[in-house]
Design a protein around this ligand. Structure first.
Ligand code: NI
Length: 276
Protein backbone atom coordinates (compact mmCIF):
# COMPACT_ATOMS: atom_id res chain seq x y z
CA UNK A 1 0.00 0.00 0.00
CA UNK A 2 1.35 3.32 -0.93
CA UNK A 3 1.94 5.27 2.27
CA UNK A 4 -0.60 8.01 1.48
CA UNK A 5 -3.34 5.39 1.39
CA UNK A 6 -2.36 4.35 4.93
CA UNK A 7 -2.79 7.90 6.21
CA UNK A 8 -6.05 8.33 4.31
CA UNK A 9 -7.45 5.20 5.88
CA UNK A 10 -6.34 6.28 9.36
CA UNK A 11 -7.85 9.73 8.77
CA UNK A 12 -11.20 8.23 7.73
CA UNK A 13 -11.38 6.22 10.95
CA UNK A 14 -10.26 9.21 13.01
CA UNK A 15 -12.85 11.68 11.70
CA UNK A 16 -15.57 9.06 11.78
CA UNK A 17 -15.09 8.59 15.52
CA UNK A 18 -14.05 12.20 16.24
CA UNK A 19 -16.35 14.67 14.50
CA UNK A 20 -14.90 17.46 16.66
CA UNK A 21 -11.55 17.01 14.86
CA UNK A 22 -13.23 17.04 11.46
CA UNK A 23 -15.01 20.23 12.47
CA UNK A 24 -11.67 21.96 13.13
CA UNK A 25 -10.27 20.69 9.84
CA UNK A 26 -13.34 22.03 8.02
CA UNK A 27 -13.14 25.40 9.79
CA UNK A 28 -9.54 25.87 8.61
CA UNK A 29 -10.31 24.77 5.07
CA UNK A 30 -13.38 27.03 4.95
CA UNK A 31 -11.09 29.88 5.94
CA UNK A 32 -8.87 29.24 2.91
CA UNK A 33 -6.20 27.15 4.62
CA UNK A 34 -4.72 23.89 3.32
CA UNK A 35 -4.34 21.58 6.28
CA UNK A 36 -1.12 19.57 6.14
CA UNK A 37 -0.51 16.81 8.67
CA UNK A 38 2.69 17.12 10.76
CA UNK A 39 2.43 13.76 12.52
CA UNK A 40 0.13 11.08 13.81
CA UNK A 41 0.52 9.04 16.97
CA UNK A 42 -0.27 5.55 18.21
CA UNK A 43 -0.29 4.06 21.67
CA UNK A 44 0.48 0.50 22.66
CA UNK A 45 1.73 -1.76 25.46
CA UNK A 46 5.36 -2.91 25.55
CA UNK A 47 4.31 -6.58 25.32
CA UNK A 48 6.45 -8.08 22.55
CA UNK A 49 3.31 -9.26 20.71
CA UNK A 50 2.08 -5.72 20.11
CA UNK A 51 4.91 -3.33 20.97
CA UNK A 52 6.19 -0.31 19.01
CA UNK A 53 8.18 -2.44 16.59
CA UNK A 54 5.12 -4.51 15.70
CA UNK A 55 2.99 -1.42 14.98
CA UNK A 56 5.86 0.18 13.04
CA UNK A 57 6.16 -2.74 10.60
CA UNK A 58 3.62 -1.43 8.12
CA UNK A 59 5.30 1.98 8.05
CA UNK A 60 8.80 0.46 7.68
CA UNK A 61 7.47 -1.61 4.77
CA UNK A 62 6.16 1.58 3.16
CA UNK A 63 9.27 3.73 3.11
CA UNK A 64 9.60 4.92 6.72
CA UNK A 65 12.66 4.61 8.95
CA UNK A 66 13.21 4.96 12.67
CA UNK A 67 14.46 8.45 13.45
CA UNK A 68 14.62 8.96 17.21
CA UNK A 69 13.65 7.55 20.62
CA UNK A 70 12.12 9.23 23.70
CA UNK A 71 11.58 8.39 27.37
CA UNK A 72 8.81 9.70 29.60
CA UNK A 73 9.82 8.76 33.14
CA UNK A 74 6.74 10.04 34.95
CA UNK A 75 4.28 8.36 32.64
CA UNK A 76 6.37 5.19 32.25
CA UNK A 77 6.41 5.44 28.48
CA UNK A 78 8.95 4.84 25.78
CA UNK A 79 8.47 6.14 22.22
CA UNK A 80 10.01 6.17 18.76
CA UNK A 81 9.36 8.45 15.86
CA UNK A 82 9.59 7.44 12.21
CA UNK A 83 10.02 9.48 9.06
CA UNK A 84 9.65 8.74 5.40
CA UNK A 85 13.03 8.16 3.75
CA UNK A 86 12.46 10.32 0.70
CA UNK A 87 9.20 12.28 0.89
CA UNK A 88 9.77 15.31 3.11
CA UNK A 89 6.05 16.13 3.06
CA UNK A 90 5.08 12.76 4.54
CA UNK A 91 3.74 13.04 8.08
CA UNK A 92 5.96 11.76 10.88
CA UNK A 93 4.75 8.73 12.84
CA UNK A 94 5.09 8.77 16.63
CA UNK A 95 4.52 5.47 18.44
CA UNK A 96 4.67 5.15 22.21
CA UNK A 97 4.40 2.09 24.47
CA UNK A 98 3.64 1.85 28.17
CA UNK A 99 6.23 0.02 30.28
CA UNK A 100 4.08 -2.59 31.99
CA UNK A 101 6.74 -3.72 34.49
CA UNK A 102 6.54 -0.30 36.16
CA UNK A 103 2.94 -0.90 37.28
CA UNK A 104 1.21 -2.94 39.97
CA UNK A 105 0.93 -6.71 39.68
CA UNK A 106 -2.86 -6.43 39.27
CA UNK A 107 -2.50 -3.85 36.49
CA UNK A 108 -0.01 -6.10 34.66
CA UNK A 109 -2.28 -9.13 35.04
CA UNK A 110 -5.26 -7.24 33.60
CA UNK A 111 -3.31 -6.12 30.54
CA UNK A 112 -1.67 -9.49 29.99
CA UNK A 113 -5.02 -11.28 30.10
CA UNK A 114 -6.45 -8.80 27.56
CA UNK A 115 -3.50 -9.27 25.20
CA UNK A 116 -3.87 -13.06 25.58
CA UNK A 117 -7.39 -12.72 24.15
CA UNK A 118 -6.18 -11.29 20.82
CA UNK A 119 -6.69 -13.51 17.83
CA UNK A 120 -3.05 -14.03 16.83
CA UNK A 121 -3.99 -14.01 13.14
CA UNK A 122 -4.64 -10.28 13.54
CA UNK A 123 -1.18 -9.51 14.86
CA UNK A 124 0.94 -9.90 11.78
CA UNK A 125 -1.21 -8.05 9.32
CA UNK A 126 -1.05 -4.58 7.79
CA UNK A 127 -4.52 -4.00 9.25
CA UNK A 128 -3.34 -3.95 12.88
CA UNK A 129 -2.90 -0.15 12.98
CA UNK A 130 -6.58 0.35 12.13
CA UNK A 131 -7.92 -2.50 14.22
CA UNK A 132 -8.97 -0.53 17.33
CA UNK A 133 -9.69 -2.60 20.41
CA UNK A 134 -8.91 -6.18 19.36
CA UNK A 135 -8.99 -7.74 22.84
CA UNK A 136 -12.52 -7.48 24.21
CA UNK A 137 -15.58 -5.37 24.78
CA UNK A 138 -14.30 -3.07 27.52
CA UNK A 139 -15.46 -3.08 31.13
CA UNK A 140 -16.05 0.33 32.70
CA UNK A 141 -14.85 -1.11 36.00
CA UNK A 142 -11.51 -2.10 34.46
CA UNK A 143 -11.28 1.28 32.68
CA UNK A 144 -11.64 3.01 36.04
CA UNK A 145 -9.19 0.68 37.74
CA UNK A 146 -6.51 1.22 35.07
CA UNK A 147 -7.13 4.97 35.16
CA UNK A 148 -6.02 5.09 38.79
CA UNK A 149 -2.53 4.08 37.68
CA UNK A 150 -2.40 5.41 34.12
CA UNK A 151 -4.85 7.51 32.09
CA UNK A 152 -2.83 6.46 29.04
CA UNK A 153 -3.43 2.75 29.70
CA UNK A 154 -7.15 3.28 30.38
CA UNK A 155 -7.56 5.08 27.06
CA UNK A 156 -5.58 2.40 25.22
CA UNK A 157 -7.57 -0.42 26.85
CA UNK A 158 -10.79 1.07 25.46
CA UNK A 159 -9.70 2.40 22.06
CA UNK A 160 -6.76 0.22 21.03
CA UNK A 161 -4.96 0.74 17.74
CA UNK A 162 -5.93 3.87 15.81
CA UNK A 163 -4.51 7.33 15.26
CA UNK A 164 -4.66 8.80 18.75
CA UNK A 165 -4.30 12.23 17.16
CA UNK A 166 -3.54 13.95 13.90
CA UNK A 167 -1.57 17.20 13.96
CA UNK A 168 -2.05 20.35 11.95
CA UNK A 169 1.26 21.72 10.66
CA UNK A 170 1.08 25.40 11.62
CA UNK A 171 4.07 26.02 9.34
CA UNK A 172 1.77 25.35 6.41
CA UNK A 173 -1.05 27.67 7.53
CA UNK A 174 -1.10 31.13 5.96
CA UNK A 175 -3.35 33.24 8.16
CA UNK A 176 -2.95 31.27 11.39
CA UNK A 177 0.83 31.26 11.33
CA UNK A 178 1.44 31.03 15.08
CA UNK A 179 0.26 28.68 17.81
CA UNK A 180 -1.21 31.72 19.61
CA UNK A 181 -3.41 32.52 16.59
CA UNK A 182 -4.46 28.89 16.25
CA UNK A 183 -5.39 28.68 19.94
CA UNK A 184 -7.45 31.90 19.71
CA UNK A 185 -9.22 30.53 16.64
CA UNK A 186 -10.06 27.30 18.51
CA UNK A 187 -11.27 29.13 21.59
CA UNK A 188 -13.43 31.42 19.45
CA UNK A 189 -15.12 28.24 18.25
CA UNK A 190 -15.59 26.98 21.82
CA UNK A 191 -12.98 24.23 21.75
CA UNK A 192 -11.19 23.44 25.00
CA UNK A 193 -7.42 23.72 24.89
CA UNK A 194 -5.27 21.33 26.93
CA UNK A 195 -3.81 23.83 29.41
CA UNK A 196 -1.66 21.51 31.51
CA UNK A 197 1.41 23.66 32.27
CA UNK A 198 0.25 26.29 29.78
CA UNK A 199 -1.63 26.26 26.51
CA UNK A 200 1.60 26.26 24.47
CA UNK A 201 4.11 23.48 25.03
CA UNK A 202 7.70 24.14 23.97
CA UNK A 203 9.24 27.33 22.62
CA UNK A 204 11.04 28.69 19.54
CA UNK A 205 14.31 28.10 21.44
CA UNK A 206 13.40 24.40 21.65
CA UNK A 207 12.52 24.55 17.91
CA UNK A 208 9.02 23.17 18.44
CA UNK A 209 5.82 24.68 19.81
CA UNK A 210 2.70 22.56 20.24
CA UNK A 211 -0.84 22.80 21.51
CA UNK A 212 -3.83 20.50 21.49
CA UNK A 213 -7.53 20.44 22.22
CA UNK A 214 -8.83 18.20 24.95
CA UNK A 215 -10.24 14.99 23.51
CA UNK A 216 -13.88 15.05 22.48
CA UNK A 217 -16.31 13.13 24.68
CA UNK A 218 -18.01 10.18 23.02
CA UNK A 219 -20.39 7.51 24.19
CA UNK A 220 -18.71 4.10 24.38
CA UNK A 221 -20.43 0.77 24.83
CA UNK A 222 -18.98 -1.02 27.85
CA UNK A 223 -20.07 -4.37 29.32
CA UNK A 224 -21.86 -2.41 32.04
CA UNK A 225 -23.65 -0.08 29.59
CA UNK A 226 -22.86 3.13 27.75
CA UNK A 227 -20.55 5.71 29.30
CA UNK A 228 -19.18 8.99 28.00
CA UNK A 229 -15.40 9.21 28.00
CA UNK A 230 -12.71 11.25 26.16
CA UNK A 231 -11.71 9.83 22.78
CA UNK A 232 -9.11 11.40 20.48
CA UNK A 233 -7.75 14.93 20.14
CA UNK A 234 -6.32 17.21 17.48
CA UNK A 235 -2.85 18.70 17.86
CA UNK A 236 -1.12 21.75 16.36
CA UNK A 237 2.63 22.03 15.82
CA UNK A 238 4.95 24.79 14.68
CA UNK A 239 8.55 23.87 13.90
CA UNK A 240 11.55 26.21 13.78
CA UNK A 241 14.87 26.09 11.97
CA UNK A 242 18.04 25.19 13.86
CA UNK A 243 21.28 27.16 13.61
CA UNK A 244 22.14 25.30 10.39
CA UNK A 245 18.89 26.50 8.84
CA UNK A 246 17.35 23.01 8.96
CA UNK A 247 13.75 22.69 10.14
CA UNK A 248 13.62 20.74 13.42
CA UNK A 249 11.89 17.43 12.82
CA UNK A 250 11.94 15.71 16.22
CA UNK A 251 9.82 15.88 19.35
CA UNK A 252 10.38 17.41 22.79
CA UNK A 253 9.78 14.85 25.52
CA UNK A 254 8.89 17.50 28.13
CA UNK A 255 6.17 18.90 25.85
CA UNK A 256 4.83 15.55 24.66
CA UNK A 257 4.58 14.47 28.29
CA UNK A 258 1.85 17.07 28.85
CA UNK A 259 0.20 16.60 25.43
CA UNK A 260 -0.45 12.96 26.42
CA UNK A 261 -2.84 14.35 29.04
CA UNK A 262 -5.22 15.54 26.31
CA UNK A 263 -7.03 12.20 26.67
CA UNK A 264 -7.36 12.42 30.48
CA UNK A 265 -10.84 11.81 31.81
CA UNK A 266 -13.20 14.79 32.20
CA UNK A 267 -16.93 15.30 32.01
CA UNK A 268 -18.86 16.61 29.03
CA UNK A 269 -20.49 19.56 30.83
CA UNK A 270 -17.23 21.45 30.38
CA UNK A 271 -17.81 21.53 26.62
CA UNK A 272 -21.57 21.72 26.31
CA UNK A 273 -21.23 24.32 23.58
CA UNK A 274 -19.49 21.92 21.21
CA UNK A 275 -22.01 20.27 18.91
CA UNK A 276 -20.75 16.68 18.75
NI1 NI B 1 1.66 14.66 18.83
Amino acid sequence: MEYKAIFNKLWEGYINDNPHAKKIYDLFEADGESVINDHIAFRTFNDTRINIDILAKVFIANGFKEQNTYRFENKHLFAKHFEHKSDALAPRVFISEIILEDFSFEFQQIIKSEIDKIDTAKLNTDELIYAGNIWSKPSFGIYEKLKQESEYAAWLYVFGFRANHFTVSVNHLKKYDSIEKVNSFLKNHDFLINSVEGEIKGSPAELLEQSSIKSGIISVEFIEGNFEIPSCYYEFAKRYKDTDGKLYSGFIAKSADKIFESTDYYKRQLITKIPI
